[in-house]
Design a protein around this ligand. Structure first.
Ligand code: USQ
Length: 400
């Protein structure tokens, strides 16, 4: 199948290109290298030493025996998107070309506007290109579990049945996002839902949980194939940050009470799920929603898991809560459904401890790179606006 991956230079994009190439798909990708620049703006870099796109493309060809067709360009420019579609005519588009950071979107007005504009306009351009050039193609759009927020009730997969004043309806579940970034994903979801109804596009909106992991099997043995892994307060996510913290002897940092719950999944499971969505496309006119995660965990429980995995490798680490830079519930109910992918055959790897071990071993090799930027492990973007590194909480860390 001809698969176009906008955002192919990113954490998921570079992994997915390899996962699909190893399964015989023809891959094209586009990227503007914004992610590299944004992380640089936060005075950080990838813990894994990622090479330039030229070197990536060479390594890709050597390993998979075929080219990855690549365009450097900005998805918010219509002419660029249109020309890529005319040349490649994708059968599937996996849209990973958005700014994925909640903290980055909370820096100030300019960052909030940039994140929303970038994410909403890029999705618009892909939808219109599909309508005009490849109307039968399937759009797999990376949304986020964060679109739902943390309501005090179960979370269905996109839609639920409601009864109001005697009438019944099957309606989108209310969204309750917690950052300008997460709201950008809600707006993207709404636009895609309407495009499916209006033009008969087919789309799968993936509400993905927090991904962790340094590699997929395809990357073994060649450092040029490694994907990026961020650890700074804006682009690093919880488990990846905890593992980076552990290998340099930095305290693991749950925020606030540390009882926030999220759905998590390993990078290799994210690849498995996106491939299942690709292999089982939505029908023409269908807008479907998959909640994509393996297991729900509390962040302090995760810190304990990382601590225990590190200890087995002889690495001692402490857990010290930080003042929460975010405005979010720190202790709440969380019970989202995630049946649709299981119905398509998703088999969760379930071995979080094995994954943590691989991560810690990988990251130990790169601990000098993490140590060189250790200041960025403490977040400095606060949801309320002011910019300074947060302090440790003196209270003992609560456990779930
Ligand atoms: N957290 C800590 N300590 C840390 C880092 C995070 O306690 O050192 C907490 C946060 O306060 C939050 C939870 O862990 O409650 C998750 O934070 P995160 O930074 O791992 O993830 P988040 O900002 O929610 O965003 C990430 C990705 C985003 C994706 C989302 C899925 O950056 O692109 O959409 O995960 S989800 O969280 O399910 O919305």
């Amino acid at each position: 199948m001809r698969v176009f991956i906008p955002g192919v230079d990113g954490y998921l994009g570079w992994s997915l290109a390899q996962h699909l190439a190893a399964r015989g798909h023809e891959i094209a990708g586009a990227d503007s290298f914004f992610r590299r620049k944004w992380v640089g703006e936060m005075e950080s870099w990838s813990a894994t030493p990622i090479v330039s796109m030229d070197e990536r493309l060479k390594a890709f060809k050597e390993h998979y025996g075929r080219e990855l067709v690549f365009w450097e360009g900005d998805l918010t420019e219509w002419d660029f998107v249109e020309s890529v579609f005319k040349e490649f005519r994708p059968e599937t588009v996996v849209h990973l070309g958005e700014c994925p950071s909640a903290p980055f979107s909370m820096v100030d007005v300019h960052h909030a506007v940039m994140v929303q504009t970038n994410n909403i306009v890029s999705t618009f351009h892909l939808m219109f290109a599909m309508k005009d050039i490849t109307p039968d193609a399937h759009l797999i759009k990376l949304g986020t579990m964060g679109e739902y927020g943390t309501p005090d009730m179960d979370i269905p997969e996109g839609f639920f049945d409601v009864e109001f004043r005697g009438r019944k309806g099957h309606m989108p579940f209310p969204r309750g996002a917690g950052s300008w970034y997460h709201w950008s994903k809600v707006h993207g979801s709404n636009n895609i839902m309407f495009a499916c109804k209006l033009w008969g596009l087919r789309a799968t909106d993936v509400m993905q949980g927090v991904v962790f992991g340094t590699r997929i099997d395809e990357m073994a043995g060649d450092e040029r194939l490694l994907t990026r892994l961020d650890f700074d307060g804006s682009f690093g996510t919880a488990i990846n940050r905890f593992c980076c913290q552990a290998v340099i002897g930095h305290p693991l940092t749950p925020f606030g009470k540390g009882l926030q719950k999220r759905g998590f999944l390993p990078l290799r499971d994210s690849m498995q799920c996106l491939t299942l969505a690709l292999d089982h496309p939505a029908e023409a006119g269908e807008y479907r929603v998959f909640n994509q995660f393996e297991e729900v965990y509390g962040v302090t429980d995760l810190a304990h898991k990382v601590q225990a995995a590190a200890e087995k490798l002889g690495i001692e680490s402490e857990i010290r809560a930080l003042v929460n830079p975010r405005v979010e519930l720190e202790d709440h109910y969380y019970n989202p459904d995630h049946q649709h992918l299981l119905d398509l055959g998703y088999r969760p790897s379930h071995d979080v401890d094995a994954e943590l071990r691989i991560m810690l071993e990988d990251l130990t090799k790169y601990c000098d790179r993490i140590d060189a930027k250790r200041d960025v492990l403490i977040p400095d973007v606060k949801w309320k606006g002011d910019r300074e590194r947060v302090a440790y909480l003196h209270d003992p860390v609560a456990s779930a």
